[in-house]
Design a protein around this ligand. Structure first.
Ligand code: AVJ
Length: 326
């Protein structure tokens, strides 16, 4: 549409203006921000990446040639759909945590033998129900039962026959070791013997490849990282000066994770919730840890949570593993 070049655009909504601080603040985001900036090592939760723009930027990241995990996981699902479906079994209830647009699960739904139901779980109710409708039309024989909610908070698994929890995307890599254990235990405790989890996780690999996946030369990952500040300015009234921070990501060999941070390029102030913080040039705020595993290491984690490793499919530096309740 050429007229968009000549006609000045109208602001779409009052809250989309990043300078607007009069819109309603989210008290939980304010509390998270105050706690995060007051910590000895300032940090912010990666969940604040995902506002409307942040979700689009993450989708863009998955298209970058340097960001291999999404492509690798998709290839694993596409290439091994038959054996994976065979391992999961007949008549299962497939529960996906953080289903988003439910695009990966289609490989499984295409290959599964007489599944009992598919239960997508997501915090974004709008996308969830829209996607569920589309899926129901595409798979008329599989009951689709969407569940809106935050599965990280004391999640109760829905009832069903032979439940399989599908947790793709290496989302588990964003949890700290203690959180990860709690999360897996809570789920494992609800599973009956023979039920289990199909989990996608990223593998340790050459540091150069890990580095490049989180430092793309186009700057999409940098935009994704910095957008968290714009998001928090809007929902938590944080007075971040977006020009004062730059993207950083490096591999932490001790923890075996990529750490992303924002680094102050000059002294800068932030204020929120009636408090303010000063950051010297070079100060960092951590925004994400993305843990990388070995297959053996992950089997151990699962084992401690009461899940036994079954078949594991690996390729492209990524793994999809089946972990069964004993
Ligand atoms: C969505 C958590 C799997 O850790 O690789 C991508 C998020 N961060 N680039 C990841 C992310 C920077 C991603 N996960």
């Amino acid at each position: 549409m050429n007229d968009t070049l000549t006609r000045p655009s109208r602001p779409t909504s009052p809250t989309s203006d990043p300078r607007d601080t009069t819109s309603e603040l989210d008290p939980r985001a304010v509390a998270d921000l105050v706690a995060g900036l007051s910590a000895p090592q300032p940090n912010l939760s990666p969940k604040y990446f995902y506002d409307a723009l942040g979700s689009k930027l993450f989708s863009a990241i998955t298209l970058l040639p340097w960001y291999y995990p999404t492509r690798a996981e998709r290839s694993l699902l596409a290439e091994h759909a038959g054996p994976i479906a065979g391992t999961l079994g007949t008549g299962i209830t497939l529960i996906e945590l953080g289903s988003g647009s439910s695009s990966k699960v289609r490989f499984l739904l295409d290959a599964l033998q007489a599944p009992n139901a598919y239960v997508p779980v997501d915090i974004d109710a709008v996308t969830l129900h829209q996607t569920a409708e589309e899926l129901q039309a595409a798979y008329p024989d599989i009951p689709i039962r969407p569940r809106a909610g935050d599965f990280t908070r004391n999640f109760q698994l829905p009832p069903g026959t032979r439940r399989v929890v599908f947790y793709p995307g290496s989302t588990i890599g964003n949890l700290e070791p203690d959180e990860r254990m709690l999360f897996l235990r809570r789920l494992a405790d609800q599973l009956a013997p023979g039920e289990g989890m199909l989990i996608g996780f990223d593998l340790v690999k050459a540091e150069r490849l890990l580095h490049d996946a989180y430092n793309d030369p186009i700057g999409v990952t940098a935009a994704f990282n910095k957008n968290m500040l714009a998001h928090l300015n809007r929902v938590a009234g944080a007075g971040f000066d977006l020009t004062a921070w730059e993207h950083e990501a490096w591999f932490d060999t001790e923890r075996s994770c990529i750490t992303m941070a924002l680094r102050a390029v000059r002294p800068t102030q932030v204020s929120a919730g009636g408090r303010s913080w000063h950051f010297d040039a070079g100060a960092r705020i951590r925004t994400e840890r993305s843990y990388k595993f070995t297959v053996e290491g992950f089997a151990q984690v699962a084992g401690q949570a009461g899940l036994q490793q079954g078949q594991v499919w690996t390729g492209g530096g990524f793994a999809l593993g089946w972990y069964v309740k004993g």
